[in-house]
Design a protein around this ligand. Structure first.
Ligand SMILES: Cc1cc2nc3c(=O)[nH]c(=O)nc-3n(C[C@H](O)[C@H](O)[C@H](O)COP(=O)(O)OP(=O)(O)OC[C@H]3O[C@@H](n4cnc5c(N)ncnc54)[C@H](O)[C@@H]3O)c2cc1C
Length: 373
């Protein structure tokens, strides 16, 4: 009989979610494996985002997104302090530029309180100018617990800790087949180059997580697991406005994105975005033709910006469960035993606030895993 390696737990995907889970599980379990198709960790959505530690203001009450974001915010700041991961509690302004938007601020604050975010304050025109001399707005909300983080350092820390606890992180290993052996899963990587058996299988494959669920045998259309890709482009500005906080508009009604905002990274670089539009393919070219729409959105709160100062920067793709015009969806984090797949844990639709939520999600998945040991 040919030899096959066996693991207790296999995690597909070395993005921020897979790595956070790997570290958490590596403290309690032996024979933990992470398989990643790329040559290193975090080369997809986890390195194509705004790197914002969100406070949890907008998510619908009772959603996993709301609970994981608020818990994750506290947990992530604590972890950053303990491990000296570069981050700043920079604070964010949500700025209202007309009367209609001003009318929405109080209800945004009330909604946030329902999610446990009680540190928001309302600011008038003068206070805004003191905080941000280049921003013009009639009123704003200030969120002091919104911050920014070096997500690469965060992922490296998860990866190093998982490995030093004995977990294996295997790069260049694309899962290409999954066989349900009823009690364990047999996986093929790189079309049969390597085979392994695992008791538990955790699907953290980001934009490909619906395909992994389908490979395991789940009917992704019947269960509403099929992902839609929603691209978000970023532009930089040169010369850049001087901003001291993150500046967001009052979000549009469509709930697909938070509107084109200004973020500052830890190197003090200002970038604007992301916008949002659905695409059919995963590819990362940036359409320069979007510059005009960026300019029109930004100049509402930064009237000093010049259109020709804007330059395409980067883009990311949101793994969305809702298509255009469809109702807002929550993260799927599901032990599939009731579908006949005991020990298969799917994480699908982990869009924003996935980065903020990573430690909270890892703890939640760990509580599911503990039922099997
Ligand atoms: C434009 C944009 C802005 C965002 N801004 C923020 C923000 O400011 N704050 C915040 O909290 N969140 C933000 N997010 C969300 C956040 O980036 C994601 O929730 C998070 O990065 C998801 O991490 P992940 O590990 O699930 O996915 P990924 O980082 O995509 O990792 C999945 C991994 O699985 C691997 N994989 C896929 N298929 C296979 C296979 N068959 N075999 C082996 N490996 C496989 C991939 O190669 C990849 O490395 C943003 C997202 C976008 C798109």
């Amino acid at each position: 009989m040919s030899h096959i390696d066996t693991f207790n737990i296999t995690i597909i995907g070395a993005g921020v979610i897979g790595l956070a889970i790997a570290e958490e599980l590596s403290f309690q379990h032996e024979r933990v494996l992470v398989v990643e198709k790329n040559t290193g960790f975090g080369q997809e959505t986890s390195s194509r985002n705004s790197e914002v530690i969100h406070a949890g203001i907008y998510y619908p009450h009772g959603f996993l997104k709301a609970a994981f974001c608020t818990d994750g915010n506290t947990l992530l700041y604590r972890l950053c302090r303990e491990r000296k991961i570069p981050h700043t509690r920079i604070g964010k302004l949500i700025v209202a530029t007309d009367e209609e938007e001003c009318g929405k601020l109080a209800s945004i604050q009330k909604h946030a309180e329902g999610n446990g975010v009680r540190d928001l304050t309302l600011l008038g025109k003068k206070q805004i100018l003191t905080l941000e001399p280049e921003v013009v707005a009639k009123a704003a909300i200030f969120s002091p617990s919104t911050g920014i983080i070096d997500s690469h350092s965060l992922m490296r820390s998860f990866c190093v800790n998982a490995e030093s606890n004995g977990a294996i992180v295997a790069f260049r290993s694309e899962v290409t087949a999954i066989h349900n052996e009823y009690g364990s899963y047999e996986l093929e990587t790189n079309r049969g180059e390597y085979r392994l058996r695992t008791k538990l299988l955790i699907n953290c494959a980001g934009l490909y997580s619906d395909r992994i669920a389908a490979l395991a045998g789940i009917d992704i259309d019947r269960h509403g697991y099929r992902l839609k890709y929603c691209k978000g482009n970023y532009f930089t500005a040169s010369p850049a406005p001087k901003l001291h906080h993150l500046v967001y508009p009052v979000p549009p009604e469509n709930t697909v994105s938070l509107g084109i905002h200004a973020t500052r990274d830890l190197g003090n670089r200002i970038k604007f975005g992301p916008d949002s539009h659905y695409v059919d393919e995963i590819e990362y070219t940036i359409d320069e033709g979007r510059k005009a729409s960026f300019y029109h959105s930004i100049k509402k709160y930064l009237p000093g910006i010049k259109e020709d100062a804007l330059h395409p920067d980067m883009c990311g793709i949101r793994p969305k469960l809702q298509g255009p015009g469809e109702p807002y969806r929550d993260f799927i984090i599901q032990d599939e035993k009731e579908k006949g797949y005991p020990g298969l844990i799917n994480l699908i639709g982990i869009e924003s606030p996935g980065l903020t939520s990573c430690v909270a999600i890892a703890r939640y998945v760990s509580s599911i895993v503990s039922q099997y040991f």
